[in-house]
Design a binder for this molecule. Structure first.
Ligand code: ATP
Length: 275
């Protein structure tokens, strides 16, 4: 239902959830950007994290990835406390793959080199398993097979996003976090990304989908968390929250209450995922 009631953070994490965030406060050095975020992702389900510009979506994603300061709250995956793991350990130990907004790929490396980077969490599996994973990825994303030797920066924006998603999937994670995967994409590519997400859900993965496009997100979401100013404004199943119209209303009310959005400071553009 509606309301981001604080004080619900003492319940133990749900060991069945692929991701369980409770009462998260996080930010940059000593500056808080989110105050009280709670959300969960279950296997075979898509949770949409929605909210206007500056609401704290990317900060929440970075906290899950271990890349910003966490001041309070818990972040767990399958009962495992992620706060005790460094960012480099989370993919391998918790089956977590994160596609950060705007930091998609190494543009000057080839498509294949980028995909191989995605194998880093499973690098101990041996040559054969790694080359099979690469083959499977090319089978699933033929456009990447055709361009495997090309410089990634020469792909179209949509193809680069597919590469970023493929790189995140190649290690066979249980949970995928996608921060605004549709940003800047043509509608046909947005649909393609949504199809990929549907496929992940059908395969039993959990997906945390961060979006500004509410309608697009709701075509694939099972659960929804609407945040604003670093706090939860509404959360529950899409039906429980009232479906598209209700979510849109909450979203618009929140935007109306907001002062003009400050330009997003973003994070250091040179900072990249562990490789
Ligand atoms: P957008 O849709 O614009 O990406 P968002 O919901 O992802 O927005 P965040 O990027 O998480 O929002 O921003 C939340 C708050 O944190 C904002 O007030 C933003 O200005 C601030 N913020 C973001 N990055 C930094 C940073 N590197 N240093 C300090 N503050 C930051």
């Amino acid at each position: 239902g509606r309301g981001g009631a604080p004080g619900m953070t003492s319940a133990p994490p749900d060991p069945g959830a692929l991701l369980d965030v409770r009462g998260l406060a996080a930010g940059y050095h000593d500056i808080r950007a989110v105050w009280d975020i709670s959300l969960a992702v279950q296997p075979g389900r898509v949770t949409a994290l929605l909210g206007p510009n500056g609401a704290g979506k990317s900060t929440t994603v970075l906290a899950i990835a271990g890349l910003v300061t966490v001041f309070a709250g818990s972040i767990s995956a399958g009962g495992l406390d992620l706060r005790r793991l460094g960012p480099h350990e989370r993919p391998a130990r918790a089956g977590l793959s994160v596609v950060q907004e705007g930091k998609r790929i190494f543009r000057r490396r080839s498509v294949e080199q980028n995909l191989r980077r995605g194998l880093w969490p499973v690098r101990r599996q041996g040559r054969r398993a790694l080359s099979e994973a690469l083959d499977e990825t090319y089978e699933r994303f033929p456009v990447l097979a055709e361009r495997r030797g090309s410089q990634a920066g020469l792909l179209s924006g949509g193809q680069q996003q597919i590469l970023a998603i493929a790189q995140a999937l190649i290690s066979k994670p249980r949970l995928v976090v996608l921060d605004e995967p549709s940003i800047g994409l043509a509608p046909v590519m947005v649909d393609h990304v949504l199809d990929i997400i549907q496929g992940l859900r059908a395969d039993g993965l959990g997906v945390l989908l961060v979006e500004q496009l509410v309608d697009a997100a709701l075509t694939v979401a099972d659960d929804v968390v609407v945040i604003n100013r670093g706090r939860v404004a509404a959360s529950g199943t899409v039906d429980a929250v009232g479906g598209l119209e209700a979510i849109r209303r909450i979203y618009l009310e929140e935007i109306a209450e907001q002062p003009l959005p400050a330009p997003s400071a973003g994070v250091d553009p040179d900072h990249r995922c562990p490789a």
